[in-house]
Design a binder for this molecule. Structure first.
Ligand SMILES: Nc1nc2c(c(=O)[nH]1)N[C@H]1C(S)=C(S)[C@@H](COP(=O)(O)O)O[C@H]1N2
Ligand SMILES: [Mo]
Length: 399
């Protein structure tokens, strides 16, 4: 018969001796242990997997390889995946902090590197920690639109470091799986420390970490979940704020387009297999107008729905002899230079009746910062592909 071990009573001298033997003199917390580290590790692995998967989706939509297709419906899918990406990333901050706290005394173990295998494993952990911190910090900088501390192109650095973190994480899980299994199988053995006033226990710590993650989520997720907007005090961008009730990342002033879009010489040039046409605003407004309720969902995690009215993109494609179901369509801004001045619209979105070259938002002409006089709005696309201040549409036969 297996006897359940009773509570282990540790008297003061014994505790001191144990601590000395373990070389943990400066790290007296009783909370640390394999079980705590394992539980935090599992939570982190789940959060990381969700964050990695949703981030990968966002990357693939923006840089689609041949095998990748992204549907136009449901219209809110990208809003959900990217909201989740940013929310899980932010919720990970306290988890990662607690995990690092739970294991950092190992850095002071003597001898520091007992053997080659341990050395390799530690190097992997160092890569994992550095990559994870890099992802969190750069992600937060990007949400804050603070690019000064990032002397690199954020999306590329964030993307490639994610692969580094994923590889290091898989290796780490491979190494630690037996420890995790062992520590979770064994029933927690209650430890009573006679001389130290009982403070926070392991469960309490886990609850505190969960509460911190929850608090961060509630304080930020209102940037995309409208009902939580009032309590999301840390959300940098919120639906309902900004001109015509939608946030703005790049203003017309910042993009340097004001003169071009207010000029009477403005034309929307549509170029396709059957030739080229240049439409005035009046001509565009004379076309059949359609209305779509669609969100702008930024890679930064914020999103908001607008009621957009304008001309169907597929009608313009047909106008110049293109096939909306097969051709490739490039939508360009009048902007000179700038990262997001042009985007190729994925095929499902080109053909979708909801996809518009929008002229109006909530019944009014577009605000200059929302892309006056015309912008692309399409279902289930990242904001970066929803080109504002559109000046040219190019339709190329499917290659
Ligand atoms: N021409 C142009 N279009 C652009 C951008 C830009 O910098 N230039 N920014 C994009 C980004 S990152 C987002 S999230 C959406 C935001 O649209 P909004 O400002 O109308 O909310 O516009 C997109 N369209
Ligand atoms: Mo964006």
């Amino acid at each position: 018969m297996v006897r359940h071990p009773g509570p282990r009573v540790i008297t003061a001298p014994r505790l001191v001796a144990t601590v000395r033997r373990a070389g943990l003199g400066h790290f007296p917390s009783r909370l640390r242990g394999e079980r705590l580290t394992s539980q935090l590790g599992i939570a982190l692995a789940v959060a990381f997997a969700v964050c990695f998967g949703t981030g990968l989706v966002s990357h693939l939509i923006q840089h689609p390889p041949d095998w990748f297709g992204w549907p136009a419906r449901p219209v809110w899918l990208y809003r959900a995946t990217q909201g989740l990406h940013v929310a899980t990333g932010l919720a990970t901050v306290p988890l990662l902090g607690a995990k690092l706290w739970s294991v950092y005394p190992a850095l002071f173990r003597r001898p520091p590197v007992p053997d080659l295998v341990t050395a390799v494993e530690r190097a992997g952990v160092a890569v994992l920690v550095a990559a994870a911190l890099f992802e969190l910090v750069t992600g937060v900088f990007n949400i804050a639109l603070w690019y000064a501390p990032m002397p690199f192109f954020f999306p590329s650095a964030h993307y490639w470091t994610a692969w580094l973190a994923a590889g290091a994480l898989l290796a780490h899980i491979g190494v630690k799986l037996p420890v995790v299994r062992r520590s979770l199988r064994r029933a927690a053995r209650p430890t009573v420390v006679a001389t130290i006033a009982p403070g926070l226990d392991r469960r309490g710590l886990l609850r505190a970490v969960a509460a911190a993650s929850g608090l961060i989520t509630v304080a930020t997720v209102g940037q995309t979940v409208a009902v939580l907007t009032p309590v999301s005090v840390l959300a940098p961008r919120r639906p309902g704020t900004g001109p015509q009730g939608l946030p703005v990342n790049r203003t017309a002033l910042a993009a340097g387009v004001t003169a071009a879009v207010t000029s009477s010489a403005y034309r929307l040039v549509v170029d396709g297999p059957a030739g080229r046409t240049a439409l005035t605003l009046e001509q565009l407004a004379g076309w059949p107008q359609h209305t779509s309720d669609l969100p702008i969902a930024c890679v930064e995690g914020w999103s908001g729905t607008g009621r957009w009215t304008g001309v169907r993109l597929r009608d313009l494609v047909t106008l110049v002899g293109g096939d909306p179901r097969r051709d490739r369509v490039l939508v360009e801004s009048v902007q000179v230079g700038g990262r997001w001045r042009a985007a190729e619209v994925p095929r499902p979105q080109v053909a979708d009746p909801l996809t518009l070259i929008a002229l109006r938002l909530r019944g009014e002409p577009l605000h200059p910062d929302h892309g006056y006089p015309a912008r692309l709005i399409a279902p289930n696309l990242p904001g970066v592909l929803q080109t504002k201040w559109v000046g040219r549409i190019t339709v190329r036969g499917a290659s």
